[in-house]
Design a protein around this ligand. Structure first.
Ligand SMILES: Cc1cc2nc3c(=O)[nH]c(=O)nc-3n(C[C@H](O)[C@H](O)[C@H](O)COP(=O)(O)OP(=O)(O)OC[C@H]3O[C@@H](n4cnc5c(N)ncnc54)[C@H](O)[C@@H]3O)c2cc1C
Length: 281
C-alpha cells in the first residue's frame, strides 16, 4: 500500500529520493499500473515525475526524442510521431487510460502483453537513462532498447528520461491479437527492417506473448536478413527452446503459437511489399 508520496522537483532529487527509500520506493508516472487493481508492482513510497518536464516530444534532424512521461494520447496526437508508434499507442483502447499511461511506464514494465515494447524494439529505439554517480552527480546513459530488454534488474534504480527514434526510414509494423481492444492480448508482435538496399536487412522481430514474456526471435530475424525466409502464408512452428507457451484466458498454447507464426507471415508480407516504396511504415 502506498503511504508516502514524494514530489521531485529535479532529476537529481528524484534519484536521491529513490536511493534513500530503496526497494520500497518507485517512480510514478501515469500511475495506471501502480494504482491498478491486482497490480504487478508494489511499493510503499512513490516519487512523482510530474514536475520534471519529461513530457516533451522533440524532433531534431532525423531524430525524435520522446520524453518518458509522454502519454499514449500525446503520441497519437503528435505530428512528430511515426504512424507505426501511433498505431501501437492505440492498442490501448481506453481514451482515459491513453491520457494517463506513459511511454516510460510501458517500457519499464516490459509486460507480456506490452502495447509498445515489440514496436519499439522493432524500430531499434534507444533509451536515455539517468543515474547518480558515486559523487551524487547526474550521469546519463544512451543505450539500445535491445540491451534493456530482458535486463530489467540491471536498470531497476535508473530513471528513464526518454525514448529516441533515430531511424526515420525504417520499415516497422505490428499486430496485436486480443479478443477485444480492451482485453489483454494473447500475442503482440512487431517486425522492423532496413529496406534501403532493396531487401530486408538489420531485421528485428519482437513478441509479447501472454504467460511467456517479451522476447526477440533471432532465428527468424537472421532468416529474413539472409533472404532464406519464404513463409509468406504458411503456419510456422516455433521451436524457441526458452519459450514455453501456456494456456490461459487469452488463448491456448496452440492458439498463441499459431498466431505468432501467422502474424509473422503477415508482417513479413507487408515488409516485402514495402521494398522500394521508401519511408517508415
Ligand atoms: C485496466 C488496465 C489494463 C492494462 N492493460 C495493459 C496491457 O494490455 N498492456 C500493457 O502494456 N499495459 C497495460 N496496462 C498497464 C499500463 O496502463 C501501461 O503499461 C502504461 O503504459 C504504464 O505507464 P504508467 O505511466 O501508467 O506507469 P506507472 O503505473 O506510473 O509505473 C509503472 C512502472 O514503471 C515505473 N516507471 C514509470 N515511469 C518511469 C520512468 N520514467 N523511469 C523509471 N521507471 C518508471 C514505475 O516505477 C513502475 O514500476 C493496463 C493498465 C490497466 C489499469
Amino acid at each position: 500500500m502506498i503511504s508516502t508520496f514524494l514530489q521531485a522537483s529535479s532529476l537529481e532529487e528524484a534519484l536521491r529520493q529513490k536511493a534513500e527509500y530503496g526497494s520500497s520506493s518507485m517512480f510514478i508516472a501515469g500511475g495506471t499500473e501502480i494504482n491498478r487493481l491486482r497490480t504487478s508492482v508494489h511499493c510503499s513510497t512513490v516519487i512523482s515525475l510530474k514536475k520534471l518536464g519529461l513530457n516533451q516530444i522533440v524532433k531534431s534532424g532525423t531524430s525524435c526524442t520522446i520524453g518518458s512521461c509522454s502519454t499514449f494520447q500525446s503520441l497519437v496526437e503528435s505530428a512528430e510521431i511515426p504512424a507505426y508508434l501511433k498505431e501501437s499507442a492505440r492498442y490501448c483502447g481506453s481514451l482515459q487510460r491513453r491520457n494517463m499511461a506513459t511511454i516510460g511506464g510501458n517500457v519499464v514494465l516490459q509486460r507480456d502483453d506490452s502495447y509498445l515494447m515489440p514496436t519499439l524494439v522493432a524500430a531499434k529505439a534507444r533509451l536515455l537513462l539517468a543515474n547518480l554517480d558515486q559523487d551524487g552527480a547526474l550521469c546519463e546513459e544512451n543505450i539500445p532498447i535491445r540491451e534493456y530488454l530482458g535486463s530489467k534488474e540491471h536498470f531497476v534504480d535508473s530513471l528513464l528520461l526518454a525514448v529516441i527514434l533515430n531511424k526515420p526510414t525504417r520499415f516497422v509494423s505490428s499486430l496485436r491479437f486480443a479478443r477485444t481492444v480492451q482485453s489483454p492480448a494473447a500475442v503482440t508482435l512487431a517486425l522492423g527492417a532496413d529496406l534501403s538496399s532493396g531487401s530486408a536487412h538489420d531485421v528485428r522481430i519482437c513478441a509479447a506473448v501472454k504467460g511467456s514474456g517479451l522476447f526477440r526471435l533471432p532465428e527468424q530475424e537472421e532468416a529474413i536478413s539472409n533472404g532464406t525466409y519464404e513463409a509468406l502464408d504458411k503456419e510456422l512452428t516455433f521451436s524457441i527452446p526458452s519459450v514455453q507457451f501456456v494456456d490461459d484466458a487469452t488463448g491456448s498454447q496452440r492458439y498463441k503459437r499459431y498466431m505468432l507464426g501467422t502474424g509473422l507471415a503477415m508482417l513479413f508480407r507487408l515488409c516485402v511489399e514495402s521494398i522500394g516504396k521508401g519511408g517508415a511504415s
